[in-house]
Design a protein around this ligand. Structure first.
Ligand code: FAD
Ligand code: UDP
Length: 371
């Protein structure tokens, strides 16, 4: 008889939802995490009474009612709607690309006038493609929205974020951006979105209540002992590390956050401002209070906390944030996945173990499906 049914390596959203569902079925779980806190990348730290998203801004969005009901059964979510602003050389544009953006860009006030300009610019892109399918992000973006938007709102931001030229990036990255002919600044098309009232730590706490957890505990430091402790392991760390990098190292992009506390109640008037020109070294500034404080609440808190995000190449020792979706890394991942598929007692789940850029709702959905 082993001491636990499941040893869960990693207390991020995958590990925490898994522990919650397993515990509900009467299974005994132990969750370990190498960090000094629980919650993985959705962890928040309270600074000046504001929940600061320590590993990057997180907005929950989904169209899956079951997922939405599940997270709301743990903690109620607020009505935050993500509507980032783009700052290009001091001029502001609404995102995603919608009638407000087209008005700011070209002075057009109706969908048909906006469409005329977009169509003209798209036709230029079609001519350039000369019958080919778009081969890279630049060609895809020119075809989607035309040159003006590409040059002011996409090129600089994307090249900073990925550290590669748009002509060297895959086209699919940009297909995620909605283009709308209505005045609607809601960044997501999903039916539901919001932030847990009281912050993401409340969600994690709710999921892990009654589950045994250990922080500052790295699976690899006493691997043999951890492998004996439970019937099954749920592994949410890096899959290449699990296999001792036997085929080589997977690559990531990472982000460095520069946090500043300002002596004013409102720094930029919005949670997210993207800096889309190449010359500004950071990609965006997050003002954390706007995720959870609305209306008169903003001024009741006399300080504010902002984070500037600098996107860089990942090196060992840094946080692995974004899997690099190129051919080399995808091929390498498939080699590791083959080994993982042969395991009977190890479940690989989450962003690092599946080397996939999952949003939070994808993670919740996967675990709910598993159970
Ligand atoms: P993680 O949260 O990374 O958890 C993995 C855990 O495993 C970590 O706590 C780690 O310390 C632990 N671990 C790793 N190795 C070991 C080991 N050897 N021993 C012990 N513990 C270990 N999603 C959205 O839906 N909306 C957003 O707005 C959004 N914004 C994002 C912004 C950024 C910058 C990033 C990087 C991601 C964002 N996401 C967003 C995605 C979201 O973070 C993920 O979907 C989710 O957090 C993944 O959960 P996870 O459990 O797979 O991974
Ligand atoms: N993007 C852009 N300008 C912006 C915001 C996004 O060009 O102001 C591009 C960029 O290439 C990014 C992609 O759109 O990688 C997807 O953006 P999203 O915000 O959905 O990406 P995330 O940071 O959540 O991966």
């Amino acid at each position: 008889m082993k001491q636990y049914d499941y040893l869960i390596v990693g207390s991020g959203l995958f590990g925490s939802v898994f522990a919650y569902k397993a515990a509900q079925q009467g299974k005994k779980c132990l969750v370990i995490d190498k960090r000094s806190h629980l919650g993985g990348n959705i962890f928040c730290e309270e600074v000046e009474g504001i929940n600061v998203h320590k590993y990057g801004a997180h907005i929950f969005h989904t169209s899956n009612k079951q997922v939405w009901d599940f997270v709301n059964s743990i903690v109620e979510f607020n009505r935050y709607t993500n509507s980032p602003i783009a700052n290009y050389k001091g001029k502001l544009y609404n995102l995603p690309f919608n009638m407000n953006t087209f008005y700011q860009m070209w002075g057009v006030a109706t969908p048909s006038d906006a469409m005329k300009i977009i169509k003209r610019q798209k036709n230029e892109a079609v001519t350039l493609l000369n019958g080919k399918e778009p081969q890279n992000l630049e060609e895809q973006a020119l075809l989607l929205v035309g040159r003006d938007i590409y040059e002011r709102l996409i090129k600089g931001y994307t090249e900073k974020q990925w550290g590669r030229k748009c002509t060297e990036l895959p086209a699919f990255i940009i297909k995620r951006l909605p283009v709308r002919l209505i005045f609607d600044n809601n960044y997501f098309n999903d039916k539901y979105q919001g932030i847990p009232i009281g912050g993401y730590n409340k969600l994690i706490k709710g999921l892990l209540t009654g589950v045994k957890t250990m922080v500052n505990t790295n699976f690899f430091e006493e691997r043999a002992c951890w492998e004996r402790i439970a019937d099954k392991i749920v592994f949410t760390g890096k899959i290449d590390e699990y296999y001792n990098y036997c085929f080589g190292k997977l690559e990531y992009r990472t982000v460095r956050f520069e946090e500043e506390v300002h002596d004013c109640s409102n720094y930029q008037g919005n949670a997210v401002v993207n800096y889309t020109e190449a010359e500004v070294p950071y990609t965006r500034i997050i003002e954390h209070k706007h995720f959870e404080m609305f209306g008169t609440e903003i001024d009741k808190c006399s300080k504010t906390v902002v984070s500037k995000e600098y996107s860089t190449e990942w090196q060992p020792g840094m946080e692995p944030y974004y899997p690099v979706n190129d051919e080399k890394n995808s091929t390498l991942y498939i080699q590791y996945k083959k080994l993982a598929d042969e395991e009977d007692n190890v479940i690989f789940g989450g962003r690092l173990a599946e080397y996939k850029y999952y949003d939070m709702h994808n993670i919740v959905e996967k675990v709910l499906k598993y159970f």
